[in-house]
Design a protein around this ligand. Structure first.
Ligand SMILES: [Ca+2]
Length: 235
């Protein structure tokens, strides 16, 4: 209901502008609030120690419903990484390499996350790179595969259509033929959201309502009297 209120307010200001009833500065601020990206959020999933891992193949391991409560956590950086504690070799120095604590040559990994509504997903990609090879499953569907027997390549996969409401699971089978072994994951899921938390947006709302604060539109500052968290208003 609050989301509808925001949209209706925005439509109203566009109509008023078209009729010449709203100062240009007021419209500029309203548009800026949308373009700044404050109405989206990013779910960032990377290789870290929150993944669950097993060295034992069990039927159904890649599915959403599989019970992974007995699995171990992954280890970062990957214990046998040959000088690659991070994924810097693919331009991601802030992301760690990962593997299992026990040096299995083939491992099965799972990472769960939640999306309230898949229709809110604007884009979703996952980048994976393994030394040596790997399969990537999203909610039980194989979406990417690399079994060329050598390290790499970096795979970038669009997974938007594979996501679902509620619980989602990324499952990866990773294998190594010897020597170094490590896996890199960098997934970015951009969600549309109407949660607004900054005071500048309350300022914009005031302008939408025709307040005199429109005179502050070019100042880049919000009036102190309007300083408040408005997440409850729009979320
Ligand atoms: Ca490979």
């Amino acid at each position: 209901m609050k989301t509808q209120t925001l949209l209706l307010s925005f439509i109203l200001i566009l109509v008023l502008f078209a009729l010449g009833s709203v100062p240009t500065s007021t419209l500029d601020v309203a548009v800026a609030a949308l373009v700044r990206g404050e109405l989206t959020s990013t779910l960032h999933i990377v290789s870290d120690s929150s993944w669950l891992v097993s060295g034992i193949l069990v039927s159904g391991w890649e599915t959403v419903e599989f019970d992974d409560s007995g699995w171990e956590f992954t280890v970062i950086p990957a214990p046998v990484n040959c000088g690659f504690p991070t994924c810097s070799f693919i331009g991601k120095p802030d992301i760690s390499t990962m593997w299992s604590a026990i040096q299995y040559q083939t491992i099965y990994l799972r990472k769960q996350f939640f999306i309230e509504s898949s229709s809110a997903v604007l884009s979703a990609t996952i980048e994976t790179r393994c030394d040596d090879d790997h399969d990537v499953y999203i909610n039980g569907t194989l979406v990417a595969s690399d079994w060329d027997g050598v390290a790499g390549p970096l795979l970038k996969t669009d997974i938007r259509t594979n996501l679902q409401n509620g619980k989602n699971v990324i499952a990866i089978k990773a294998g190594d033929t010897g020597g170094c072994r490590h896996l890199c994951v960098d997934a970015n899921i951009i969600l549309q959201t109407y949660s607004v938390t900054s005071r500048i947006d309350w300022w914009c709302k005031s302008e939408i309502n025709g307040g005199r604060i429109g005179q502050k539109a070019g100042s880049g500052k919000a009036p102190r009297a309007r300083e408040r968290d408005v997440s409850a208003i729009y979320s």
